[in-house]
Ligand binder design. Sequence first.
Ligand SMILES: Cc1cc2nc3c(=O)[nH]c(=O)nc-3n(C[C@H](O)[C@H](O)[C@H](O)COP(=O)(O)O)c2cc1C
Length: 663
Amino acid sequence: MSRSNPSSLTTSRPQAPSPAPFRDALAAAVAAAPTGIVVSDPNQPDCPIVYANPAFFRITGYRPEEVIGRNCRFLQGAGTDPAHVHAIRRAIAERRSLDIELVNYRRDGTRFVNELHISPVFGPDGALRHFFGIQHDVTAREKLARANQRARRQAERASAEKSDFLAFMSHEIRTPMNGVMGTVSLLLDTALDAEQRAYAETARRCGETLLSTVNEMLDLSRIEAGRLSLEAIPFDLAKPVTEVLDLLGPAAAEKGLRLSASIDPTLPARVVGDPQRLRQVLLNLADNAVKFTSAGGVGIRVERAEAEGRIRFAVADTGIGIAPEVQRRLFQRFAQGAADTARRFGGSGLGLMICKQLVGLMGGKVALTSTPGKGSVFAFDIALDPVAESGRPPATLLPTPEAIAARVPAGARGRILLAEDGEANQLVAAAILRKAGYAVDLARDGEEAVGAARTAAYDLVLMDVRMPRMDGFAATAAIRAMPGAAGRVPILAMTASAMAGDREKCIAAGMDGHLPKPMDRAGLLAAVAEVLDARPRRPRALAPEEEPHGAPTLLDHTTLGELRSAVGPGRLPRLIGVFAEETRARLARLAATTDLMAIEEEAHGLKSAAGTFGAAALRETAAALEAACVAGEARTALALRDTLPALVERSLAAYPVRLSGSG
Ligand SMILES: Cc1cc2nc3c(=O)[nH]c(=O)nc-3n(C[C@H](O)[C@H](O)[C@H](O)COP(=O)(O)O)c2cc1C
């Protein structure tokens, strides 16, 4: 007789009867069990309970005489899911066992969660004899699970709120910092003695450190809140690498370190991925390497990974190396090893955490091999799909922002509307742009920006997103709704808020791009030059019938003010007199010809002079005239030419000085 089959009660298969000694033991065990155990008789009408153990009475609160002879459904109530009842009914009809969790009620009406197991019991002849059920009150467990779930949801909400708070705070910090950094960089452009320069340099360095910490904090909180999504765009594989070399070159040179990179030439030149985040990781690793290396060099290597289709990036240095016990803690946030060294070399120590998370998002893992005193290699491999080549020239290096800015010929500088409510930021951005040769009009909020865009023709609008009265999104919508060229003016958002999706929001609002704040001078000029370089050469917003809506700002008083301070207030009236004379002579020459080349020549000269003297509308029309000539659009050119005499007179009349002569 098998000991493992002691009773027909314990199995759902037909069994031989169990020996008597076990029956007593089994009965005692059932009576002592902490879970409810009932036996019901499916051969009687409505399958009544024929036995229930003490635990069943304890759990349900019923007395034996209230239970025996009844179907177990008396435990069910309003909260019991009918689907659960149906499942039990089917299992009984199909004579099989079932595990199910359902809501039941005690005699006093209190609810409990019953983890129920039922099984059929067959006789040796194969006939169904009984069903037994085991009831387990799991209310406490369920309560705990629900509490856990609630806590998790709460934590998720709190984390999202924290990340919103961080984004908000970072905006609040970055906006004034933009002003501070811009002002310091303007200050550094002025004549300073050595001591003053040293103080200003220190202020700039501290500002840069603060900004990078704010950015790191923001990145990390966004990654943790799952709000950072990676881009999948085609890019030159070499680009992020050369950008890192460009950025770190000066620091490495200062320390006398070799900084180099090698890219396996058999790798695809263009791949699909997130170049900016890849650059961020490489920059962070290489920046650390430069910091921790005092002799030798730092090298970035890009090569085929062992795994098919993956590319390995390695940053190796000949630095101080990292002890094994520190290596283990290095990627943990605020880890002592990381924090100590981070403090010693500057930085918040969040950088490596961010690298680890970003590479994780890209499907890779950062690995570190290091020998103290010899150096370290940080490496990771990620899958970057190649872009199909189609007679494309080989990967080119990205020109620096200065190089982009330098490409714009001085005469081609355009007119920019700067909508920004922060006075310091406005001042800084305007000064940078004007210094670079652009004409800049200012608006303090969205409404002013819309008004300005309606009355004057701009080559570009720089639009702060957060502004009083009307924000940048609404102002963009209003401008886009304008007819003609005014509605098509390129608009770049400037925003210090850096949450994922901001760029998309700006694009969806009809903007052409997005400039994160704070912006450095080179970044601002590069972005502006990029838009103005890309614009088609066309007479913008200045078709003759559109001109009257103009009364565009006749005089740019800022330019005039700058001119006044450059030449001295006493000399300005005389200079303007010269300009007036020269311009009237030009008008006479223009009236005498229909030759587009001759007109273009005059228009070019007029544009330049009008720009110098802040005759904004005149400069604009002259520029349009020049463009029309270049494009060979004779009718537009002649129509524009004919608007000039009146415009010249209105412009000259607007100068706050008495002019002699009437030409
Ligand atoms: C042995 C056995 C134990 C059962 N124990 C319970 C129980 O603890 N709680 C419950 O709600 N239903 C229990 N049931 C299910 C009900 O007795 C009944 O089968 C179910 O409500 C489906 O049938 P009905 O649609 O006729 O009500 C048990 C059934 C059997 C056979």
